[in-house]
Design a protein around this ligand. Structure first.
Ligand SMILES: [Zn+2]
Ligand SMILES: [Zn+2]
Length: 86
């Protein structure tokens, strides 16, 4: 009886680990990019680059919407973004 309980517990543990791994993959699959200043890979919801401290969220020059600094075009109005270091 105790053995069955341990087996169930092990199975449950595996399910939880599988679920956590799936969630981790989901978050890593979110569209990130590269820092425009130091080219470090950054995640979509980061505001500042952890490598160089550059702002990763900027205002669109066309519609003033909040966009990631590494976007080539604004996702809201489609205007091509000017890069300060390009
Ligand atoms: Zn950077
Ligand atoms: Zn825009």
């Amino acid at each position: 009886m105790v053995l069955i309980f341990i087996l169930l517990l092990a199975l449950l543990g595996r399910l939880i680990i599988a679920e956590l791994e799936r969630k981790g993959q989901d978050s890593s699959a979110r569209e990130g990019g590269n820092c425009p200043t130091c080219a470090a890979s950054v995640e979509a919801d980061w505001l500042v680059c952890p490598q160089c401290g550059a702002m990763l969220e900027v205002r669109c020059s066309g519609c003033n919407g909040r966009i990631a600094a590494y976007f080539a075009n604004c996702p809201w109005c489609g205007i091509r973004q000017k890069r300060a270091n390009a």
